[in-house]
Design a protein around this ligand. Structure first.
Ligand code: BGC
Length: 730
């Protein structure tokens, strides 16, 4: 590779080298910024383009690649990227949903299938996984990641990178992944997108950076910089971040691309004009400029003026060419372009079956009073709500290649699964929102919110009359898909008023009330939790949503998802997460001067790791020793007995707490988990081995070591369990 790339670079002019650093989008698909690229054809011919995104399908990609390899002077192939975020055309649940499965095998397979479909469509690079730790559900982009926990997030990051990239990037069914958004984007102040981030190095290293690092260790090919500042300097132009940390400390050897116009946006961050911010970014370690063309239009001038060196440009160019080499594009620029494969391997019955399984496994049962679920087929069902018979919202945010029309809504799913065995009536009951201004924003990529011609009162009246005539009400409520995702922050994360009114009216009928909640974030569901009999959180479940929801509602699949993110009672509790530090005044009932709110408990509505099953599990825990062996660690064993009436899967979770540390240590930390199947009446044994490596954390000098001392632990079904034992490390 070195010899090949060096040889090629010797032939390149400085303009051609700068051309390789240019990533463009013709903008025919979904542009997220305000700028899209122009004169695409002539730029390709002139060697002014290194890669493209937003061009999908073998036909279009072949055309673009032909321009590059037939008509540009050095015939350097392009790379083709896309936002393949949760599946390509077979859309899987949103990433926060996939993470709720706590099933790394399933997540890896979802990425493999996504890679297979994406490459069959001509692509060789995906802008995924998104691994931004997020503790503020007002931020709409929590939908795209794995939630609040660094350990869970790292496992998911690794699984996705391995799934996408496989063991050989040059195979025609693997893609190069791009971990994003580097870094700390999930900590945007006040949950407002694109906003400032400010955090201590200790918090960065211990709580926010681990998933990016895990992706690098798994061999991720590229890294996307984020929009926010890190220590005051925008990530895209931050040398400490992109070079010292990423390459120096972590040994990353792929390339870094900016986010959409994030080089140009540094002007608004107050870092100088386009020439200045482009030079700053290149020098910081940014290799590829997405859409903004600051590199293309100013780097030559900066070189002439001595503001960047030829060496700076060479380094970035070499990294892009190396990626193309690893993808096998110099061997065969058309290796990913195969019209037959596109026809045969996209949206197959097998892929859809997997999507259905993945969806069912991503649902989290939040409440099941009086065992109202699973529903008995003999019951007459009133299926109501704006998301009950709707397929424009099933895919969720960032399904750029998904076709909502191909998705299965809930009413159809129930009919598919139960056929004539069940009596189900349907009424819309409410609009997703009655707020026309909000609807307009949610409809930016197509109609997600349709405001009914009938009045809200008429919609409710119809639903109430249906409910009165039924045995049980299933209300499918929540957000429109574009009410979460990019540029979709909300300050009130409850159900929209229109739907709250509907639920209040349904409650008055006295019929058992089951809520199926679709959302891209934790919602505040306090009233709903008090008043509904059951709540099934289904996120945005993807192309097979309705079938999977019916599978779970009727008990063909027993839910096993667990929350990867805390559900607050109200927005005033945010940021809220399970692994916070202790305070010097732990909460005490009847003691005012302890940490608390006057008006709401400290505890969330539903904690991290929480999720019910149709069955129940009993835990018995033991440990191999009282002291951890410094060489071999310590083994914790849990015996999990299924004490209920259904077979079921359980996510067994191990948490620890370090009693005394060099710095204050979190009240709880997830250290291991395993998803297992336990048949009713049976007992399954799970072993977790922890070693001193699992106890290491970054100290004030950023040394990664452990402290001897006492650690508490428990193994349980959710993060809110109590410690049951302890061990010592000497
Ligand atoms: C988003 C990225 C995405 C990129 C390309 C940006 O606005 O922040 O996550 O990969 O657009 O579509």
């Amino acid at each position: 590779m070195d010899v090949f790339v060096s040889g090629l670079m010797q032939k390149m002019t400085i303009e051609e080298k700068i051309g390789q650093l240019n990533l463009i989008t013709p903008g025919s698909d979904i542009p997220t910024g305000s700028v899209v690229s122009t004169d695409v054809e002539s730029k390709i011919k002139n060697g002014q383009v290194g890669g493209m995104f937003g061009v999908i399908g073998p036909e279009k990609i072949r055309k673009a690649q032909e321009l590059a390899v037939n008509e540009s002077r050095l015939k350097i192939p392009l790379i083709f990227g896309s936002d393949v975020i949760h599946g390509h055309k077979t859309t899987f649940p949103i990433p926060l949903g996939l993470a709720s499965s706590w099933d790394t095998g399933l997540i890896k397979k979802s990425a493999q299938i996504a890679a297979d479909e994406a490459t069959a469509d001509g692509l060789n690079w995906v802008f995924s996984p998104m691994v931004d730790i997020a503790r503020d559900p007002r931020w709409g982009r929590v939908a795209e990641g794995s939630g609040e926990d660094a350990y869970l997030g790292s496992q998911m990051a690794k699984a996705m990178v391995m799934g996408y990239q496989g063991d050989d990037l040059s195979k025609n069914n693997t893609v190069m992944a791009s971990v994003k958004h580097f870094a700390l984007y999930g900590a945007s102040e006040a949950g407002r997108d694109y906003n400032t981030v400010d955090m201590s190095k200790l918090r960065m290293y211990n709580e926010y950076l681990p998933p990016y690092k895990a992706a690098v260790e798994a061999g991720v090919g590229s890294v996307m910089s984020s929009f926010n500042v890190v220590d005051g300097i925008p990530a895209t132009g931050n040398k400490w971040l992109l070079t010292d940390l990423l390459r120096g400390e972590w040994g990353f050897d792929g390339f870094v691309e900016s986010d959409y116009t994030s080089v140009n946006e540094m002007i608004d961050h107050g870092m100088g004009d386009l020439q200045a911010v482009s030079a700053l970014s290149l020098k910081a370690g940014l290799d590829m400029d997405m859409v903004g063309e600051g590199f293309l239009t100013t780097l030559k001038k900066s070189l002439d003026e001595g503001k960047v060196t030829e060496e700076d440009i060479n380094l970035a160019c070499r990294r892009i060419l190396e990626a193309k080499y690893k993808l096998g594009l110099f061997d065969d620029p058309f290796r990913y372009i195969d019209e037959k494969r596109a026809e045969q391997s996209i949206l197959t019955a097998e892929n859809r079956a997997f999507a259905r399984e993945a969806a069912a496994r991503s649902f989290v049962l939040l409440k099941n009073g009086k065992q109202v679920l699973p529903l008995a087929a003999s019951k007459k069902i009133a299926l109501v709500g704006p998301l009950a018979n709707n397929n424009s919202n099933m895919l969720g945010t960032w399904a750029v290649s998904g076709n909502p029309q191909l998705s299965v809504g809930v009413l159809d799913g129930i009919k598919n699964v139960m056929g004539a065995d069940v009596k189900v009536g349907y009424a819309k009951g409410a609009n997703i929102t009655d707020d026309a201004a909000l609807a307009k924003k949610a409809n930016v990529f197509g109609e997600r919110v349709d405001i009914d011609a009938r009045s809200p009162e008429a919609l409710i009246a119809e639903a109430v009359s249906l409910a009165k005539d039924s045995d049980v009400v299933v209300a499918v409520v929540g957000e429109a898909s574009e009410m979460s995702g990019e540029a979709a922050s909300r300050s009130d994360i409850g159900l929209p008023e229109s739907q709250k009114k509907l639920l209040a009216a349904l409650k008055k009928t006295g019929k058992p009330l089951v809520l199926v909640v679709m959302s891209g974030r934790p919602l505040t569901l306090e009233w709903e939790n008090e008043n509904a009999d059951a709540i099934l959180q289904v996120w945005f479940a993807g192309i097979e949503a309705g079938n999977a929801i019916a599978d779970v509602l009727f008990g063909n699949y027993n839910p096993s998802g667990k929350l990867p993110m805390t559900f607050p009672r109200n927005v005033g509790q945010i940021p809220i997460f399970y692994n916070h530090l202790p305070t010097g005044r732990p909460f005490e009932e009847n003691s005012k001067f302890t940490t608390q709110y006057l008006d709401v408990p400290n505890e969330p509505l539903f904690p991290f790791g929480f999720g019910l099953s149709y069955t129940t599990f009993a835990y018995k825990t033991s440990q191999s020793a009282a002291e951890m062996d410094v060489q071999n660690g310590i083994v914790f064993t849990a015996e999990i007995t299924n004490t209920g009436n259904f077979d079921g899967e359980e996510v067994v979770q191990l948490y620890i707490h370090q009693k005394v540390g060099v710095i204050s240590r979190p009240v709880k930390e997830l250290k291991a988990f395993k998803k297992i199947m336990v048949k009713k009446g049976e007992t399954v044994k799970v072993d977790f081995t922890l070693t001193v490596d699992d106890l290491k954390y970054y100290h004030p000098d950023l040394d990664f070591t452990y402290d001897p001392g006492v650690f508490e632990f428990f193994i349980g079904t959710s993060s809110d369990g109590a410690f049951t034992g302890s061990f010592v490390v000497k």
